[in-house]
Design a protein around this ligand. Structure first.
Ligand SMILES: C[S@@+](CC[C@H](N)C(=O)[O-])C[C@H]1O[C@@H](n2cnc3c(N)ncnc32)[C@H](O)[C@@H]1O
Length: 155
C-alpha cells in the first residue's frame, strides 16, 4: 500500500498504482479543490479503488488511523515552505506506525535551509538518492530556466 501526502495532481501516486499498488492519496483537509484534483487524477488515469483522504500536515485525523499497513509514503515537492516541521511530524508518525515503510520524496532546493536538525529532532534518518542513478538528472527533468536555484533532490 502506498500513501502520497500533499498529493495535488498525484503523479507519483498514480505511477505507483499503475505499477500495482493500493493507492491512498491525501492533501490538506482545508483544500477541497486539491482533494478533488486527487480524485480527478485517479479517474483520468483509469484507476479504480483509489482512496482520497484529507490529511493536513501535523494532524492525525481518524482516517489516518484506519489505513492498512503502508509500504511506501510518497511526497513530491512538499518541502517548499521553510516552515516544514509539520510535514516531518506527519512522516515521523506514519513511519512509527508502519515500521517497515519508507518515505520517498523529491524536492526542489529553493533556499539555503537544511532539514538536518529537524530529522534529528524527530529521530529520522535519510539517504540522498542521486538522480543519475535512474537517469533523471537530465536538464528537462531536473533543470529550469527560471531565475534562482532549482536543483531537484531525492531522498
Ligand atoms: C507544491 S505542491 C506539490 C503538489 C504535488 N505533490 C506535485 O508535486 O505536483 C504542494 C502540495 O501540498 C499541499 N499542502 C500544502 N499545505 C499542506 C498542509 N498543511 N497539509 C497537507 N497538504 C498541504 C498543497 O495543497 C499541494 O497539493
Amino acid at each position: 500500500s502506498v500513501l502520497q501526502i500533499g498529493a495535488g495532481v498525484s503523479l507519483p501516486g498514480v505511477v505507483a498504482a499503475r505499477c500495482g499498488a493500493r493507492l491512498f492519496l491525501s492533501d490538506s483537509s482545508e483544500k477541497p479543490s486539491c482533494l478533488q484534483n486527487c480524485r480527478r487524477s485517479g479517474e483520468a488515469n483509469g484507476l479504480s479503488g483509489v482512496s482520497v483522504l484529507g490529511l493536513s500536515w501535523g494532524e492525525v485525523p481518524p482516517d489516518l488511523l484506519l489505513l492498512p499497513e503502508l509500504d511506501v509514503v510518497l511526497g513530491s515537492d512538499v518541502f517548499y515552505d521553510p516552515e516544514f516541521e509539520d510535514v516531518l511530524v506527519t512522516i515521523a508518525f506514519l513511519l512509527r506506525k508502519n515500521p517497515r515503510a519508507r518515505f520517498w520524496t523529491t524536492y526542489q532546493v529553493r533556499a539555503d535551509w537544511s532539514i538536518e536538525v529537524l530529522l534529528q529532532r524527530w529521530d529520522l534518518d535519510c539517504i540522498l538518492v542521486p538522480l543519475d542513478q535512474f537517469h533523471a538528472d537530465q536538464p528537462e527533468l531536473a533543470g529550469s530556466s527560471l531565475p534562482g536555484r532549482h536543483t531537484i533532490q531525492m531522498m
